[in-house]
Design a protein. Sequence first.
Length: 206
Amino acid sequence: MITIIDYQMGNLRSVQKAFEKVGSAAEVTGDPRAVARAEKIVLPGVGAFRDAIDELKRRELVEPIRQAIERGKPFLGICLGLQLLFDVSHEDGEYRGLGVVPGEVVRFEVPPGMKPQDMKIPHMGWNQLDFVEDCPLLTGVDNGSHFYFVHSYYVVPRDETVVAATASYPAPFCAMIQRDNLFATQFHPEKSQADGLRLLGNFAAL
């Protein structure tokens, strides 16, 4: 059973339906006791970092998440669920994250020499992945495959060895991380058609 964490920050049903499509049962819950008992955990999310971390704290979900990762349970963060794992976000201020992965969350900036109209923020739509490390979640997925992104901020890990894949907008940025039992994507696998379903199926099979 896969446990999808409900903290009122995303389309949880679309993630649940995607797992069901690959033949894996998934429950949606905001109960910290259920998260503590979970075999595999998914932390999705769409929205503002500050609101998300406040909701996780209010619902007493921070410690169950940290403990599950420390105990080696398979864990998948999606979009905002990736960013929340980091030390700090600079989205509309400076806010502390879960501190599971050293690093920060920063905003896309238009590089010198490029016009703002040539680089729309948020980065929204399909983009190619460039694999950096062998990752079990990418088994059966071709390097260069397209995944669906919607975000204005991206993560900068302090330890670059956790980067599993990058994408470019226009410079390369971290699109996916892995560290032991911990995986997280900036893109939305549940919205990425066949390759996204393959990634979720690989997670379910861990």
